[in-house]
Design a protein around this ligand. Structure first.
Ligand SMILES: *Cc1c(COP(=O)(O)O)cnc(C)c1O
Length: 405
């Protein structure tokens, strides 16, 4: 069956609006995805029909809300092939999930231990580990990158040793779109006894990771990059690790028994879900997963690969075009500069034409430092984008180049 992008676009109300008098061409999907009507409806339905606090009430509305929220947890569990549903922790997003784990490791690390991060990380995957190292006296090591914008895997053996306790790597780089060889990293880290956390924020809109097959210790993602709402995400942790980590926040929902002498913590997953969660968000996260599965992640990956190939070829015809991130395994993200033109200036002119791209360092300043540039223009494509929109981008960049040089 051919990929029916027109039918898919009809599911996304925002794609039909105009920006600056032009039809919106939304190419900033790596920052956040747009939302299909089914996800929007699930939020409206929750607040219109069964809004209630969960887990505590005996009344029917509370039961309905609890069931829907827990049903969403099971959808996430199945989608990522997670063994146990209490290994799915609702968070406010990737950043929250990373901080929860980093905080939890404070008591498990000591001076002399090492934490390894990759050179391709998002700031949210660097700063929490630097803070962890400051608290514990552990040392931060970096797995370098190379000119293709891929990880220098031949150097892994130099930075990974029995001192390494934790390894952090993103599944897909948000700045360049590189798909990292996480299978190999997980396997080698486990050989030296290190735990691995993979940041899947950029991956889950493009592929469907099987977390049991990966044998990863922790995996985090945000719903808003996979057609879900903002303010909700998932932390997966192996049960054995989640049992070992202390709770991140104190509050309601996360306790079993409280006296002024001592509090015992609730069972997983509630131990990590203090306070009233984002109930509507959790339910809508489930609706987003339903939607992605209905389209099919394989079909999405195939169509996006076509978009990537087309955009790479067409942008490549522009004089002075330099694309960063040219490894063999990448998703539909193109980070580029044109001659000496500042990325911000290109972004501003594209916006006048209704074309939304991201400009700047993409929360990955070390990657920009590696290439010795202040930033790039980043066009990131989703399964609802079209070749016509890529043509509009290419024409827009040409026009910007004419105006600016
Ligand atoms: C977006 C992103 C994050 C941060 O996600 P939030 O939803 O802002 O917490 C972290 N890592 C990568 C690779 C990302 O793309």
């Amino acid at each position: 069956m051919p990929f029916d992008v027109a039918a898919i676009r009809a599911d996304f109300p925002i794609l039909h609006r105009q920006v600056n008098g032009k039809p919106l061409v939304y190419l900033d999907n790596a920052a956040t995805s747009q939302k299909p009507q089914a996800v929007i409806d699930s939020i409206v339905e929750y607040y219109s029909r069964y809004n209630a606090n969960i887990h505590r009430g005996v009344h029917s509305l509370s039961q309905e809300a609890t069931d829907a929220f827990e049903q969403a947890r099971i959808k996430i569990q199945k989608h990522f092939n997670i063994a146990k549903k209490h290994e799915v922790i609702f968070t406010s997003g990737t950043t929250h999930g990373i901080n929860l784990v980093a905080q939890g490791f404070s008591n498990l690390l000591e001076a002399g231990d090492e934490v390894l991060v990759s050179a391709l990380e998002h700031h949210s995957n660097i700063v929490p580990w630097q803070m962890l190292c400051e608290r514990t006296g552990a040392r931060l090591e970096v797995l370098p990158m190379n000119a293709e914008g891929t990880l220098a895997m031949d150097q892994l053996k130099n930075v990974l040793s029995s001192k390494t306790k934790l390894v952090f790597v993103n599944h897909i780089s948000n700045a360049l779109g590189t798909i990292n060889p996480i299978e190999e990293i997980i396997q080698k880290a486990h050989q030296v006894g290190a735990a691995v956390l993979v940041d899947g924020a950029q991956a889950c809109s493009h592929l469907q990771p099987d977390l049991q097959a990966l044998n990863v210790d922790f995996y985090v993602t945000s719903a808003h990059k996979m057609c879900g709402p903002t303010g909700i995400g998932m932390l997966y942790g192996k049960e054995s690790w989640l049992e070992k980590l202390p709770p991140y926040q104190g509050g309601g929902e996360m306790i079993s028994e409280v006296t002024f002498e001592k509090t015992t913590y609730a069972e997983l997953p509630h131990k990590f879900e203090a306070g009233t969660p984002n109930i509507a968000g959790g339910i809508a996260f489930g609706a987003a997963i339903d939607y992605l599965q209905h389209i099919g992640l394989d079909a999405i990956a195939q169509y996006e690969a076509e978009l990537l190939a087309y955009a790479t070829q067409e942008l490549g015809t522009i004089e002075g075009m330099k694309i960063y991130g040219t490894g063999p395994d990448k998703t539909s993200v193109i980070s580029f500069n044109v001659g000496e033109i500042h990325p911000y200036d290109i972004g501003t002119i594209l916006d006048q034409m209704g074309i939304a791209v991201r400009t700047g360092h993409h929360c990955a300043q070390p990657v920009m430092q590696y290439f010795n540039i202040p930033g790039t223009v980043r066009a990131s494509f989703a399964f609802y984008n079209t070749k016509e929109e890529i043509d509009a981008l290419v024409n827009g960049v040409r026009k910007a180049q004419m105006m600016l040089s």
